[in-house]
Design a protein around this ligand. Structure first.
Ligand SMILES: *Cc1c(COP(=O)(O)O)cnc(C)c1O
Length: 386
């Protein structure tokens, strides 16, 4: 366990290599480097086939896919959209940018996913949609959530940024709601640096998404020969990534199984090494419900107090393990407090989990040394909690 001789365990390192470089060069040499070129089309078709969904649009980010979702569902002033407070900022921004109001729900302490009972409590006549976030690549309770959405006539927009190649009752995350949003950011399981996707089975929403994504014009229909000139037909923006990025994503998709398998190896090594410490101590390990097939995006655990968490983070870092905290709850953030009137301490699980959570380094390059890293980590954790 000597710090000076042990290689630093970095939090995230994607697999990128010669195939990605070759694919980029091929696009550069083809001369078509704009978006919606042949590579983008190929990747979208591949995703549609793999996921069994009608329409996939590559986007510049998951953030932009979420913005497109709010646009095509016509979310606007006076509307409320329910989402977890333990969340990245993108879905909240997407709602605020439309002049609508995000309403923050609590999470379950086992999966850190949205608590469906709390969602039910927060539905009002103004509620228009729910945005479940599949934290760590483990699905929300989609059966309960969809039932609640159906009963109240609400849209479901899945923030599946972390959910690529994860499943719920066999269904890929992102394909169950009215709209699903993926991220291919550098920190995600499959990456092209910055990128995302907008998914839907609904023909009308797909049509609207196509316009919104192409600056509110019907240029795509024009290219298909369906109209003889293209023009401004709706609200929109520029959400189309370059074919250069699509080429990187294309290679990453071919690495999908290897990436998931290596991540599972690391996740399982941490779980097994920490498990003996969790029996009756202050350590809480993550839960993967039976219906969920995880993509092992994050390994997290919790301790009993914020003080212990903060000390443990420092000690892990001192020993070369780049452990990290995660989201500061949105409802209690400076901007969250401006856009909602929710009390800063009204979501008890959110606050407590956020303050006691530790994420461990997890990426495919750690697979070969996973057991050694997990053992080192468990030793450090044991010395701090016992
Ligand atoms: C990463 C992430 C996003 C944002 O993805 P980008 O592609 O970087 O815009 C949104 N939501 C969640 C839950 C994420 O983890």
């Amino acid at each position: 366990m000597s710090d000076s001789t042990t290689r630093r365990v970095s939090f995230n390192e994607p697999i990128l290599g010669t195939p990605e470089a070759d694919a980029v060069q091929e696009v550069l040499e083809s001369g078509t480097i704009r978006g919606d070129g042949p590579v983008t089309q190929e990747v979208e078709e591949q995703l549609e086939e793999w996921l069994g969904i009608e329409h996939v649009f590559l986007t510049t980010s998951c953030t932009h896919a979420l913005e497109m979702a709010m646009l095509v569902l016509d979310i606007g002033p006076g509307d409320e959209v329910i989402m977890p407070s333990f969340n990245f900022v993108s879905s909240a921004n997407a709602v605020v940018l439309r002049g609508a109001t995000p309403v923050f729900a609590d999470i379950r302490p086992d999966t850190l996913n949205i608590d469906v009972e709390d969602v039910a409590d927060k539905i009002t006549p103004r509620t228009k949609a729910i945005v479940p976030v599949h934290y760590a690549g483990v699905s929300c309770d989609m059966n309960a959530l969809q039932a609640l959405a159906d009963e109240n006539d609400l849209y479901v927009i899945e923030d599946a940024a972390q959910g690529v190649d994860a499943y719920y009752d066999g269904a890929p995350l992102g394909t169950m709601g009215d709209i699903g949003c993926y991220s291919f950011h550098e920190t995600k399981n499959l990456t092209c640096g910055e990128g995302g996707a907008f998914l839907t089975d609904d023909t009308e929403l797909a049509r609207a998404a196509e316009l919104a994504r192409e600056k509110g014009t019907n240029r795509s229909a024009f290219i298909r020969g369906e109209v003889d000139k293209y023009t401004w037909v709706s609200e929109g923006s520029s959400y189309i990534p370059s074919d250069i990025l699509a080429a990187i994503l294309n290679v990453q998709l071919s690495r999908r199984e290897t990436i998931k398998q290596k991540r599972e190896t690391v996740w399982t090594a941490y779980y097994d090494a920490l498990h003996p410490l969790a029996d009756d101590g202050p350590l809480q390990l993550p839960t993967i419900p039976d219906a969920c097939d995880s993509n092992y995006h994050i390994f997290f655990f919790r301790v009993d107090t914020p003080q212990r968490r903060n000390t443990l983070l420092d000690v892990l870092k001192d020993h070369g393990i780049d452990a990290s905290f995660h989201y500061i709850p949105l409802h209690s953030s400076p901007f969250g407090q401006r856009v909602t009137d929710q009390d800063a301490d009204s979501l008890p699980h959110t606050t407590h989990c956020s303050e006691t959570l530790i994420r461990l380094p997890l990426h495919p390059q750690l697979a070969d040394t996973a057991e050694e890293i997990a053992a080192r980590t468990a030793d450090i954790v044991a010395s701090e909690i016992q």
